[in-house]
Design a binder for this molecule. Structure first.
Ligand SMILES: Nc1ncnc2c1ncn2[C@@H]1O[C@H](COP(=O)(O)OP(=O)(O)OP(=O)(O)O)[C@@H](O)[C@H]1O
Ligand SMILES: [Mg+2]
Length: 313
């Protein structure tokens, strides 16, 4: 659905993105992750046709973003970094305006606007002036305008920034609901966000892709070994020894009080074997919690160079 080929953007002498290549399949939700100044917003502005690249090609739904800008813009809902809202309009009127602009059929404008208002919890402020809304509510209006035309593709630049925790959870839920029918790229610094909403992540640092994988694939590639914390009702001492016989288990540490820390090969099968072993031993499994390597560790490792030098700031 989205094809990015050899994409480069220079701002004067500064290269913001450097020969990016990736694609996103229809219905996929991809998280775009990177430190400040990595080039996330620049890439999104180019994909949505709001800025021209220095070189390279972007296609959305088979259309070249720069040769067929109208077709592409009709397909895309875009939440820019700074929500593009008209401050002197009322929320509902503004959303109807955007729906018309996006060529939503007249008969559907009202129901689309209602749906966008409902999904972003704007019901209470639908008849208020946008300029009088709090920051989080302006952000919600930004999300509402991105989804109001029910676009095939959603490009969301830090969708949950400035939102309260409850709304963050609701927006994540919304993104999950949209997955499947919609193709979504979202950028964020918030790591649990990609874990919660995305099937795949692209990590970008100093304008280059440094990793592109599923979350579990990435963890596996970077870490290899993985820790699980287990709590059992009885026989933790016995388990400490017997678990070592499970293929893939490297080390077991017991605190003598029912808690075990297991170092294992990162592999779903090993995870399953460990749980079956504990259950078969009749130890009374109370809790089994993966401890990582966390995505945060991976992110810091992959982006350490640019981040520590601060070269892209
Ligand atoms: N209009 C511009 N003129 C000059 N340089 C720019 C411009 N916009 C962005 N840059 C530079 O390009 C690089 C990438 O910026 P971009 O906004 O794409 O990063 P980002 O990954 O979105 O960062 P953040 O997480 O802070 O939003 C940065 O070094 C930035 O300073
Ligand atoms: Mg940005």
């Amino acid at each position: 659905m989205i094809e990015v080929r050899d994409l480069t953007k220079n701002y004067g002498p500064h290269r913001a993105i450097d020969n990016l290549n990736f694609s996103v399949r229809k219905g996929e939700v991809v998280g775009f992750l990177g430190p400040n100044g990595a080039g996330k917003s620049t890439t999104m502005k180019i994909i949505t046709g709001y800025m021209a690249p220095s070189s390279g090609i972007v296609k959305v739904g088979g259309f070249d973003v720069f040769e067929n800008p109208i077709e592409v813009k009709e397909k895309i809902g875009y939440l820019p970094e700074i929500p593009p809202v008209y401050f002197d309009m009322y929320v509902r009127d503004y959303l109807s305006f955007v729906a018309n602009l996006k060529k939503v059929p007249k008969a559907k404008v009202r129901s689309n606007v209602d749906r966008a208002i409902e999904k972003t919890n704007l019901g209470g402020v639908a008849n208020r002036l946008i300029q009088n809304l709090s920051k989080g509510f302006k952000q919600r209006v930004g999300i509402a305008q991105a989804i109001v035309s029910d676009p095939e593709v959603l490009i969301l630049d830090e969708p949950t920034v400035g939102l309260d925790p409850r709304q963050v959870a609701e927006i994540r839920q919304l993104i999950k609901e949209l997955a499947g029918q919609h193709t979504i790229i979202l950028s964020t610094h918030i790591l649990p966000e990609v874990q919660a909403s995305c099937q795949r992540i692209i990590i970008i640092n100093r304008g280059k892709i440094v990793a592109e994988d599923t979350i579990s694939g990435l963890t596996q590639r970077m870490g290899g070994s993985f820790q699980v914390q287990v709590r059992v009702r009885r026989n933790s001492e016995g388990l400490q020894k017997s678990l070592l016989n499970v293929t893939g288990v490297a080390q077991v540490i017991s605190d003598g009080d029912g808690q075990l820390q297991i170092s294992m090969k990162k592999d779903d099968e090993v995870f399953e074997k460990i749980s079956a072993h504990i259950v078969n031993a009749g130890a009374g499994l109370l809790q089994m919690q993966p401890m990582g390597e966390s995505l945060e560790d991976i992110f810091i490792k992959l982006t350490a160079e640019g981040a520590s030098k601060g070269v892209t700031a």
